[in-house]
Ligand binder design. Structure first.
Ligand code: BDR
Ligand code: CA
Length: 325
């Protein structure tokens, strides 16, 4: 469990669209002593906003969390309609794992105000962990740019230096609101990208997930059910099984940064055409030599996670949740 106010723990705000793997990330963040969850802001993404808020509050119960403030944010991206990922996260956004109703309530104030207050009031720089489309972050940084002065960095799950998932080239969180992601990259805050290049690597074995789901420990049962969740069951369930810890890996990277190989690379986001939502990551030996073509502007240096010791991160995740089978 987090040691609240512990000077050794990293103060974070989670921005989520809970979401099966956002749920895993919340469980990990609340239970790991190196992370101090100051608050959670919710945004439409994997599921509609009201569902995201309800899922988040219920997961905090499952985690046995103290009274962490939760607030509702944007109901849709800056320009486009919301497009929930029901085919991935199920109709309820939690793969139908049926958590009990909660007595927790969201804050009256919205997500932007909650984030502003938590960041400006904290006595140490805060890490903003974006595990969802970045609409809330963009609104925050445009409305209250002064928060940048007390941000340690932004760690975001999103983007890819290789393959996409929402489209062939675009990752879901960035694709869902590419204008917001562009505003965030432009905000002059140190940024760390935990993209599909590493997101798609960290998984828990099927046997372990099954053992957790059918074990005695209530928290482990939730973890196992989330890991084992499949919306569309195939005849061969094992062939469908991925067991990715997903967004939770981005939080793990804060606790164990040396388990990842990162490089500082110029990044920009494509806004037009089929490539809309793609993160362009300049991986050239000598990046940024585009002046001659008039293409030098619009890039931001980002610390990009390109490789991960997947077993080490999976072990950290399971050990933290007392869920080692
Ligand atoms: C991202 O989109 C969502 O499906 C996950 O929660 C994750 O944040 C992966 O593209
Ligand atoms: Ca997410």
């Amino acid at each position: 469990m987090a040691r609240y106010g512990d000077p050794m723990s990293v103060p974070v705000i989670l921005d989520v669209d809970t979401g099966v793997d956002d749920a895993l990330a919340i469980l990990f963040a609340v239970r790991h002593p190196g992370v101090d969850v100051l608050g959670i802001s919710c945004v439409a993404g994997n599921a509609p906003l009201a569902q995201v808020v309800d899922n988040t509050l219920r997961i905090l119960d499952a985690a046995g969390a103290p009274a962490i403030p939760v607030a509702a944010g944007a109901v849709r991206p800056l320009l486009e309609p919301a497009r929930a990922a029901r085919h991935v996260h199920g109709a309820d956004g939690l793969g139908g794992i049926a958590l009990p109703p909660t007595r927790r309530r969201a804050e009256q104030a919205g997500a932007v105000e909650l984030m502003r207050r938590l960041i400006l009031e904290h006595d140490r720089p805060v890490t903003l962990v974006a595990l969802a489309p970045q609409t809330n972050l963009a609104l925050l940084l445009r409305t209250h740019p002064e928060v940048a002065g007390n941000l340690e960095r932004i760690v975001f799950m999103g983007g890819s230096a290789s393959v996409g998932n929402a489209t062939a080239v675009a990752e879901f969180n960035v694709w869902h609101d590419p204008e917001a992601a562009t505003i965030v990259l432009d905000a002059n805050v140190p940024t760390y990208m935990y993209g599909l290049d590493v997101f798609n690597r960290v998984a828990v074995d099927h046997d372990v997930a099954v053992a957790l789901e059918h074990g005695d420990d209530p928290l482990a049962r939730v973890v196992g059910a989330l890991l084992g969740h499949r919306v569309a069951l195939s005849e061969d369930e094992l062939a469908e099984y991925t067991g990715l810890i997903g967004d939770a890996g981005a939080v793990c990277s804060i606790v164990d940064p040396l388990a990842l190989r990162t490089e500082v690379r110029p990044v920009r986001i494509e806004l037009a055409g089929y490539g809309r939502g793609q993160t362009l990551v300049d991986l050239r030996f000598s990046p940024g030599r585009d002046d001659a073509h008039g293409l030098a502007d619009g890039w931001t240096n980002v610390e990009v996670a390109l490789a991960v010791d997947a077993e080490r991160i999976a072990r950290l995740f399971l050990d933290t949740l007392g869920a080692r089978a």
